[in-house]
Structures are given as structure tokens and as C-alpha cells.
Design a protein around this ligand. Structure first.
Ligand code: FAD
Ligand code: GLY
Length: 374
């Protein structure tokens, strides 16, 4: 068999892009196949928060990986700009995770203690202190946790930077090419069948997000991966209303370039539908006004929806297929795929190079048959 590629990646989201980049950087001959347009699903819809501490509570098995990935961004943003010219709009101004009730306040203080005991930086700010930094926020907010290290990027720009950098380093990228199944020879994955014929490679990596379950069933693997829809919208203001990202229960406000604020996001399980519902947007608007009353006067720009890949136990699957050598899987990053993309790309490249990666033991594929929780 004449193998043309060192690695064939299925899925052109941020995970596929990152894996392609890290493999191409190591001199591997890479082909990436995307059934639609690149980053047209979850990765293009994301808010771009690097919320290691805002999204995870310190005792999650994902916390160490999330922190390591967050630390990669300052250097990565420069590296991707140098290779591709694409600016991922990395902003490192921190986040406020705020409380709107006394119950939320004590829950947040508890999380803060856990994180501080684990050696992380987190600081409680009173309502008065918060309003000094963010004078437009509601006076009803009961204070919040200041997380200095949780920054943000532009999610569409990050994906674009990974694809373009991978291409500069020699990766081939094909859009509108759906992978229908894997090709196996004995117990080894050797290629994929697509709309556009068969392609052969030494390693195949399934990074096709919420769609992984269906494709991997064809290899006998029953992964518990399911879609969770999220809706967001953009508004524009003449003068900046926020300095930092504001994260609260059920709503976040992320200040973006061009005077925009990204408001997100709804959480609707078990649907691949990506229509934006009036109900979803109305709920978000109410929550946004509770946090930042003057947002009511902002100019409407647009709304969209994406499909997060969630798993049965809330942890991603990153590892090699238990039966077929050379078939790797990297999916199920749910709410944190933008944050986790650099570390996933780097460690998946290590797996492909047959390195031992103990950090990924907890995310292996032998935990595939678990009940769905939502
Ligand atoms: P996707 O981006 O969905 O990419 C998978 C790709 O595979 C798709 O393009 C699909 O078309 C393709 N595909 C599927 N099947 C096939 C096939 N058979 N052949 C070829 N191609 C195929 N994360 C953060 O870290 N921070 C955030 O602030 C954040 N905000 C979010 C806000 C919203 C509203 C949403 C929806 C998500 C958010 N996320 C955030 C989560 C993040 O977007 C996801 O975890 C991440 O994008 C998943 O990336 P992926 O590459 O695995 O999946
Ligand atoms: N991480 C934000 C979201 O998934 O909505």
C-alpha cells in the first residue's frame, strides 16, 4: 500500500485545525477534510473565552489541561501571526465572574477558595470595586471573582490562523469533502472513503465534533457524544461599555473589537438544529440587561448558533481507538474547545508520534459506553 499522507484529519473545526498545525510543524504530511466550510460549526460560533477558571471549578480532571492550554496562548498568538499573518485577537485583560444573588456569591467564594488552594490566582471584588472598573454594570451585582489569567481570542480568527499556518507548513486542506467511513486493513486504519474518492494515510484522526458518534459507530466504537446548541448575538456601541469579560450564570458579555459586545449563550441539548430562536435571544437579552442595563440602547448587529460537542461524562475523548491501530479521536470539548485547542493539538500530535502521554489517560476511549447525562 502506497500511503500518501502521514496523517488524515477528519473535521475542519478548531480541533482539526490545531492538530493539523502541530503535525505540519513537526514536518508531517497532513491532509485535512471538512464536509462543509472550515470552522462553519461550533468553532466559528464560539465566544472565544479562555475560561479555565471561569468555566471549570478546580477539581475537574480537565483543569490542569485547561491551565496549560491557557498558558500557551501568549506565545501561540505571536507564532500564528508570524507564520500566517492572521491575528487571533488575543486579549489578556482578565474576567469578572459575578454573582447576582447571595447564594451565587457564596458558591463563587467557595470556588475561589478551591482554586486558590490549588495555587491559582483569584480575588474577590466587592460591588463598589467592580463598579470602579466597570461603571456601566448593574449596582445590583453582589460582587464577583476577578480572574486575571482568563483572557479571550476571536474564535473564527483562531481557527483561520491554525488552517492558514498549517497550509503554509505544507498541509493540504479540502473543504466540501465528507468522510463516509474509515478503511481498515486487518487491525490498522489505513484511509478514509469520501465524496471525492479514497485517501490513504499512516494515521487517521477523527476531530469531527458533535458528528463523531455516527462516524465512529462504523468502527464499532459507541462514543457518548451528543450536540448541545448555543445561541449568541452581537451588539455594537459608540463608546466602549466594558473593559473585561463579564461571566455570570446563564449569560456572558465579551467585549470584542470594533465596539462590539458578544452576548452568549443558550444551552439546548440533543439538537443539531442551528436556527436562532426568538425565545433564546429574548432570554439572553433579559439576562444581559440585568448585568449591564445600558446594553438596551446598543445597536443590534447579528445572531447565530453553534453545536457544542458534549460527552456522557463531560470530559473530551482524546486517544487511540481501542481496536484499530492508527485511528485517533479528539472530540467532545463541549464549552471549552477554543481554550483547549492548543494543548489538544500538541498532545494529539504526540500520540500520533507514538509518544506516551500520561496527561491524556483520563480522556481515553475505553470509557466510551457511559449513560448520557445532560
Ligand atoms: P466543530 O467546530 O464543530 O468542528 C467539527 C467539524 O467537523 C465541523 O466543521 C463539521 O462540519 C466537520 N465534520 C463532521 N463530520 C464530518 C465528516 N464526516 N467529514 C468531514 N467533516 C466532518 N469554547 C471555548 O473554549 N470558549 C468559548 O468562549 C466558547 N464559546 C462557545 C459559544 C458557543 C455558542 C458555542 C456553540 C461553543 C462555544 N465554545 C467555546 C465551544 C467550542 O466552540 C467547541 O468546543 C469547539 O469549537 C469544538 O471544536 P471541534 O473542532 O471539535 O468541533
Ligand atoms: N464557553 C461558552 C459557551 O460554550 O457558551
Amino acid at each position: 500500500m502506497n500511503h500518501k499522507y502521514d496523517a488524515i484529519i477528519v473535521g475542519g473545526g478548531v480541533m482539526g485545525g490545531s492538530i493539523a498545525y502541530y503535525l505540519a510543524k513537526r514536518g508531517r504530511k497532513v491532509l485535512l477534510l471538512e464536509k462543509d466550510q472550515l470552522a462553519s460549526k461550533s468553532s466559528g460560533a464560539a465566544a472565544g473565552m479562555l475560561g479555565a477558571q471561569a468555566e471549570l471549578e478546580g477539581d475537574s480532571p480537565l483543569f490542569p489541561l485547561a491551565k496549560r492550554s491557557r498558558e500557551m496562548f501568549p506565545h501561540l498568538s505571536k507564532e500564528l501571526k508570524e507564520v500566517s499573518g492572521v491575528d487571533i485577537e488575543f486579549i489578556n485583560k482578565g474576567m469578572f465572574k459575578v454573582a447576582l444573588s447571595n447564594e451565587e456569591k457564596s458558591a463563587l467564594k467557595n470556588i475561589m477558595d478551591i482554586q486558590r488552594n490549588a495555587g491559582e490566582e483569584a480575588e474577590w471584588v466587592s460591588t463598589e470595586e467592580l463598579l470602579k472598573v466597570e461603571p456601566f454594570l448593574s449596582k445590583e451585582i453582589k460582587g464577583g471573582m476577578y480572574i486575571r489569567k482568563d483572557g479571550q481570542v476571536s474564535a473564527p480568527q483562531l481557527s483561520k490562523a491554525f488552517f492558514q499556518s498549517a497550509a503554509v507548513l505544507g498541509a493540504e486542506i479540502k473543504e466540501f469533502t465528507a468522510v463516509h467511513s474509515f478503511i481498515f486493513e486487518k487491525k490498522k486504519a489505513i484511509g478514509v472513503e469520501t465524496d471525492d474518492g479514497n485517501f490513504y494515510g499512516e494515521n487517521i484522526i477523527a476531530a469531527n465534533g458533535a458528528w463523531s458518534r455516527h462516524l465512529l459507530q462504523k468502527s464499532g466504537l459507541e462514543l457518548v457524544v451528543y450536540p448541545v446548541k448555543g445561541e449568541c448575538f452581537f451588539v455594537k456601541t459608540d463608546k466602549p461599555l466594558l473593559e473585561k469579560t463579564i461571566f455570570s450564570h446563564g449569560c456572558y458579555l465579551v467585549p470584542k473589537s470594533g465596539g462590539r459586545i458578544l452576548v452568549g449563550a443558550t444551552v439546548k441539548t440533543h439538537t443539531f438544529d442551528r436556527k436562532v430562536s426568538l425565545d433564546g435571544i429574548a432570554t439572553l437579552m433579559e439576562k444581559a440587561k440585568e448585568l449591564l442595563p445600558v446594553i438596551a440602547e446598543a445597536q443590534w448587529e447579528k445572531a447565530w448558533a453553534g453545536t457544542r460537542p458534549q460527552t456522557g461524562d463531560g470530559l473530551p475523548y482524546i486517544g487511540e481507538h481501542p481496536e484499530y491501530h492508527g485511528l485517533f479521536i479528539a472530540t467532545g470539548h463541549f464549552r471549552n474547545g477554543i481554550l483547549l485547542s492548543p494543548i489538544t493539538g500538541e498532545l494529539t500530535a504526540d500520540l500520533v508520534e507514538r509518544k506516551i502521554v500520561p496527561e491524556l489517560d483520563r480522556f481515553n476511549l475505553n470509557r466510551s459506553l457511559q449513560p448520557i447525562v445532560s
